[in-house]
Design a protein. Structure first.
Length: 120
C-alpha cells in the first residue's frame, strides 16, 4: 500500500524511518515504503550499506582491522560489481563528476612531484 506523506509532519516521518521504512522519491511525489515491501534487490543494497555503516571508523576512515569488517567490505565489493542498480548509480556518479570537471574546473592546476606547477 503506497502512502504519500507531508514533509511538514516531521514526527511521523522520523518515526517511520526509525522503524526501518525508506523514502522512495518519484518524479512528482515521495512515499514511504516499509522495508519488507521493497524488492529483494533493493533490500540487499540497503542491507549492505547498513552493514558498512556499522564498521567502526578511525578518523573518518573505515577500520578494516577485524575479520568482520573485511568480510563486509568484500561482500560490498562483490555486490556493487554485480548489482544493476549499484552499477547504474556508479556510472551516473562518474558522468556527474565528468560534467562538473568540464563545466566548473576552469582553473586546473598541473601537479608534478606533489607540487603545483605553473602553466606555460
Amino acid at each position: 500500500m503506497e502512502e504519500t506523506f507531508n514533509l511538514e509532519n516531521e514526527d511521523e516521518l522520523i518515526e517511520a524511518l526509525e522503524h526501518g521504512s525508506v523514502v522512495i522519491i518519484g518524479s512528482d511525489v515521495a512515499r514511504l515504503a516499509p522495508h519488507d515491501d521493497l524488492p529483494p534487490d533493493m533490500r540487499e543494497c540497503i542491507h549492505i550499506n547498513r552493514a558498512v555503516d556499522r564498521i567502526p571508523r578511525q578518523d573518518a576512515v573505515l577500520d578494516m582491522s577485524t575479520p568482520e569488517a573485511q568480510a563486509v567490505s568484500e561482500e560490498r565489493q562483490q555486490h556493487r560489481a554485480e548489482c544493476p542498480s549499484c552499477l547504474e548509480a556508479e556510472a551516473y556518479s562518474c558522468l556527474k563528476d565528468a560534467a562538473w570537471w568540464r563545466e566548473e574546473a576552469t582553473e586546473v592546476r598541473l601537479w608534478q612531484r606533489g607540487r603545483p606547477i605553473a602553466r606555460t
